[in-house]
Design a protein around this ligand. Sequence first.
Ligand code: HAM
Length: 423
Amino acid sequence: MKVSNNNKVSTASYKGVRDFYPDDQFIQNHIFRVMKDTVESFGYTEYSASILEPEALYQSKSSEEILKEQTYSFKDRGGRDIVLRPEMTPTTARMIAAKCRELSFPARWYSIPNIFRYERPQRGRLREHWQLNVDLIGLRGQEADIEIIRVAHAIMLNFGLSEDMFEIRINDRAVLESHYKKRLDLDDDTYKAFLSLLDKKDKLDSEKYQTSMTELIGLSKFDEMEKMNETRSYEDSLKEIIETLSSKGVRNAFCDKHLVRGFEYYTGVIFEIYDKNPANKRSLFGGGRYDDLISLFEPESIPAVGFGMGDVGIRDVLETYELVPEYRSPSDLYICILESRMRDGADNFADKLRSKGLKVAVDYTYKKISHQVRKADRDKIPFVVCFGEEEFLSNTYKIKNLASGEEHQLKADEIALFIKNSK
Ligand code: HAM
């Protein structure tokens, strides 16, 4: 291969996005498989949409921070303002509203879109991620909030985690409002700023938080708020949902009265899931109830609750706990050809095995057999067979299991069953 430093295009990918080589794609597929199997076990059905959305879709009720600082936006050739979707919920709401007279409710929907946010790339946060979105649309009762949290909990268990490894933090926008907005008598704008400050409480040092809060609401209201925080009345408001969850096997959920979530559309229960291991600090899931979002598009009011869960954070968690499955090739068998004149015979042999459901690759390098076998081994293909004149004439083949080294002498029509049974 010729090596030159001149005028070569860089092989680096764009900052904050990933290339998925086959071993990465294998892990990604495992993550998607666990997500899909779990949500489908609760009766959810898959939908999808385009990456491109008109910017106007996010202008009300999404997150100001995301819209102003984190969207990839551009004008198309017709002068329209377009964004690469920075979240899925507005798309889901738009799709539900567009066909609300034809769809049947409650709708249990899921999707795994790729999402783009211009964030500072860091552990757990990238500029493109895939996000499982699970939404239950059309139920106002607490059953829906509970089911959504149970689905999230089940996903974590199905990835092989146990309850003591992660925690579910729950709050309620309606409780936040009645507790702080009403009791502290905050107007709409102050309350909005109040929520955004509360949301940052864990990120700011306590002095900075205190100064900003007193500046915003005044010293006397700040003192009143501190007093309110000392009573248990807040936690009592979330007691019922936490107890019901516990009675259904979700024993790691608790009230976090500082949890706010960045999106304006939430109206009721909100939650986030965190790994307890300090190596993974960012939220793994985030969601909540958004009863008024669909009514932005439609006179009819349709309640909804759901969550998003990213692929980046869960992969870190799986690596932390050594729960990443070992790479396996999708191929079952590698056919090594002994001499080039046997090529057509090998192709026919491969086609017969494929028609019986095997996944078969053929080596056309005509290199030494040891080379061909090594190639199969490197690619983690479980079985190899050599195809030469002798094998062809006797219709008998030696199948080698590369992991165990075992060899079996089989007739051509026994091979497919043998390999299927040894999976
Ligand atoms: P979110 O909290 O912005 O919620 O994102 C949900 C999850 O997506 C996060 O907990 C995290 O796992 C993942 N995530 C978010 N941003 C990034 C990033 N830059 N890199 C890697 N992973 C990331 C929402 O987006 C809501 N729309 C979720 C929702 C669905 N609410 C109701 N239904």
